[in-house]
Design a protein around this ligand. Structure first.
Ligand SMILES: [Mg+2]
Length: 246
């Protein structure tokens, strides 16, 4: 069962619904309209195959990796770390990252439930977008393998990337919808949930292994509106919480 976490808008709806009960049992509260869902790619639409720890170690060297890891218990933002390196060093780092991403692509697998969820969204005429910190080449290959397109699909070439809200706001503008009519779904609290929250969108954390708890949410001051352990849980969550009338 998808767990329902804290959401101001839902608290508001619940309050409203209890008021309604005083007047008429038959009056149902209006549910939020959902116009689009934006997905993260690696670890959300695809099974995680990139060994990020090995990638970071390879880019930073073991000692630097251990130091930065200790300073960032919620995870390392490797792109951010190499942003201000000198061009030569940076070029090498990007090459290492690209190699790891390529190895990941060779073993790319679609996440169970992803195709069914997208079919469900299509049937409800809810738009599908994608935001990744991976490169465009990977997104192109993912589209080929997946057989369904996400549009817009923004990759690392779109600056600034997640956790900045810019890519999500760009998608909302393109779709001509408000951020609060859109849900960001991803497996990273510090990138996907942070991006969604800052944009003013609804957020759903995919936490397959139960890595995250209230303590992590409090530490980063980032509480997703919803948490699921599989994409298969998303459509029942959407059906019970949103107005999905096409
Ligand atoms: Mg991810």
């Amino acid at each position: 069962m998808p767990s329902f976490l804290l959401s101001k808008s839902f608290l508001h709806l619940n309050r409203k619904s209890s008021l309604f009960h005083h007047f008429s049992m038959s009056t149902l509260p209006t549910k939020t309209r959902l116009r689009g869902v934006v997905f993260d790619m690696d670890g959300t639409l695809t099974v995680p195959v990139i060994d990020f720890a090995a990638m970071y170690k390879s880019v930073l060297g073991n000692d630097e990796y251990m130091r930065i890891k200790a300073e960032n218990p919620s995870g390392i933002d490797i792109l951010h770390h190499i942003e201000n390196w000198c061009p030569d060093k940076q070029k090498k780092a990007y090459q290492i990252i690209a190699d790891f991403e390529k190895q990941g692509l060779a073993r790319l697998q679609i996440m169970p439930g992803a195709a069914q969820l997208c079919g469900f969204l299509d049937a409800k005429k809810i738009r599908r977008g994608l935001i990744t910190r991976n490169v465009k080449e990977s997104v192109d290959l993912f589209h080929q393998r997946f057989g369904m397109m996400f549009s817009p699909a923004l990759s690392r070439e779109f600056r600034p990337y997640k956790p900045d809200p810019a890519p999500l706001l760009h998608i909302c503008l393109t779709w001509e919808v408000q951020p609060n009519e859109v849900m960001m779904v991803g497996d990273s609290l510090k990138d996907d949930v942070a991006c969604g929250k800052q944009a003013g969108a609804l957020t759903c954390l995919l936490d397959e292994k139960g890595r995250y708890g209230p303590h992590d949410f409090a530490k980063l001051d980032l509480t997703p509106d919803f948490k699921v352990s599989s994409l298969n849980e998303v459509y029942s969550l959407l059906e019970s919480n949103f107005d999905l009338t096409p």
